[in-house]
Design a protein. Structure first.
Length: 423
């Protein structure tokens, strides 16, 4: 399903093996103690799946396909993972609902123009906030509700809204008072690790994706980790990132398909918010994440990778089968004959050859490179890929001996915002 290869020497000596073993033990502790609940999401959600299936099958609007637009109101981990998976799969699946809208940013121009595209009378709304008080999410929800006060556009919110939040959060209490359907995020699952919880499962199921297959793919990666955690390729990567963190402090995800653009953004949040921390003795650590799309960014960022400072590692993400056998026509245009060498070639052959050639050039430049090769995009491979990067993040965090799951730097900004706007 997915192959992983590294093209650099991880240089694992005796002290490195000890470090890897301790990191693996740390991850086992995080899972077994319940510190990080995402580890078991692929295998402990039968009740959640049943609840989601029952809700969809008994909701008069969802069960009869009366919904035209799915509106997801959430930000960061409450939306990025769902958007990533939907973007990966949308071209190879027939979705139940044609339009999905992610309302995230308080930018008024973005908000107004996004809402213009929504038929509120035929919309289903999913509000997602773990704390139940996320300023962006609640502010946008209030604005949507104000629009629904118009009797012409009015709708029965009880049957056209679902809320995903922490148990007993302010949003949970409001939902119970209004008799809205509520799904709960496990307390020990942080937002950026939550896509395999109801946060992602509910909207993806409404869209018609096979969420059981999604979890099965993640479970396959989980089993691989449980059986071979110390020797697993991601641990060699994690140790390399740890050992060379002061010199090679940027990790680039170079994804060769435009369908990975949202996935890149999800990875950037996961990597940046989890690993950018103050370590013991106030050492600042973290690998800066960069998301690139091939072949587009061969014409922008690649020059910096190949001939710029050697402070970067690159992970290439390659899709072998695009399932669309379109070819470059056998057409020779005057003055453009030098481009005829690709005539008759499949577009997927060309883009994958670009990936291989670019990767070879980067390796020859002495830049650390690894490759993740996906046979085809489906729910199983999407789940596997999501869980792989979550594990890799935890592994690097364990190596660095930081709390991978908090975000104190973000919280400071929230406090300052509240103080500023409360004056």
């Amino acid at each position: 399903m997915i192959k992983k290869r590294i093209f650099f020497d991880p240089e694992i000596k005796k002290e490195g093996l000890s470090k890897i073993k301790k990191a693996f033990e740390r991850m086992q502790y995080e899972r077994e103690s319940g510190l990080a609940g995402y580890y078991d999401l692929p295998v402990n959600q039968s009740e959640t799946i049943s609840a989601i299936e029952d809700f969809i099958s008994t909701n008069e609007y969802l069960s009869h396909n009366l919904i035209k637009d799915l509106v997801v109101i959430g930000i960061g981990g409450s939306s990025l993972g769902t958007r990533a998976i939907d973007t990966l799969l949308m071209f190879s699946h027939n979705r139940n609902i044609v339009n999905i809208h992610f309302l995230e940013n308080l930018d008024p121009l973005y908000l107004i123009n996004s809402i213009k595209k929504i038929d509120l009378s035929k919309a289903f709304i999913v509000v997602i906030s773990k704390s139940g008080t996320t300023i962006e999410t609640i502010s946008i929800t209030k604005y949507i509700f104000s629009l629904l006060q118009d009797p012409i556009k009015g709708l029965d919110l009880k049957n056209k809204i679902a809320v995903i939040t922490d148990r007993d959060s302010p949003l949970d209490r409001l939902s119970k008072e209004r008799d809205w359907k509520v799904f709960y995020i496990p307390t020990n699952v942080g937002g950026r690790f939550s896509v395999l919880s109801p946060v992602g499962l509910l909207p993806l199921a409404i869209l018609g994706y096979d969420i059981k297959a999604l979890l099965n793919g993640a479970a396959a990666m989980r089993e691989e980790f449980m059986q071979n955690g110390v020797e697993l390729l991601l641990f060699k990567k994690a140790y390399y990132y740890y050992k060379h963190r002061k010199k090679i402090n940027m990790n680039i995800l170079f994804s060769y398909s435009s369908m990975f653009e949202a996935f890149n953004k999800w990875y950037i949040q996961l990597w940046g918010e989890s690993l950018g921390k103050k370590r013991k003795e106030n050492e600042r650590v973290g690998l800066t994440p960069v998301g690139l799309i091939g072949s587009v960014d061969q014409h922008s960022f690649l020059q910096l990778i190949v001939e710029g400072p050697k402070d970067k590692s690159v992970t290439f993400l390659k899709l072998k089968n695009f399932e669309l056998p379109i070819t470059v026509p056998h057409l020779s245009l005057p003055y453009l004959e030098t481009t005829d060498f690709v005539n008759g070639r499949r577009f997927q052959t060309i883009i994958n050859s670009q990936c291989d050639s670019t990767m070879e050039a980067v390796i020859e430049a002495g830049v650390p490179v690894d490759l993740i090769e996906i046979n085809e995009l489906n729910e199983e491979s999407a789940g596997y890929l999501i869980y792989y990067f979550e594990l890799l993040t935890s592994a690097v965090g364990a190596m660095l001996q930081i709390n991978t799951y908090d975000q104190p730097g973000v919280e400071k900004g929230k406090i300052l915002l509240k103080n500023r706007l409360s004056k």
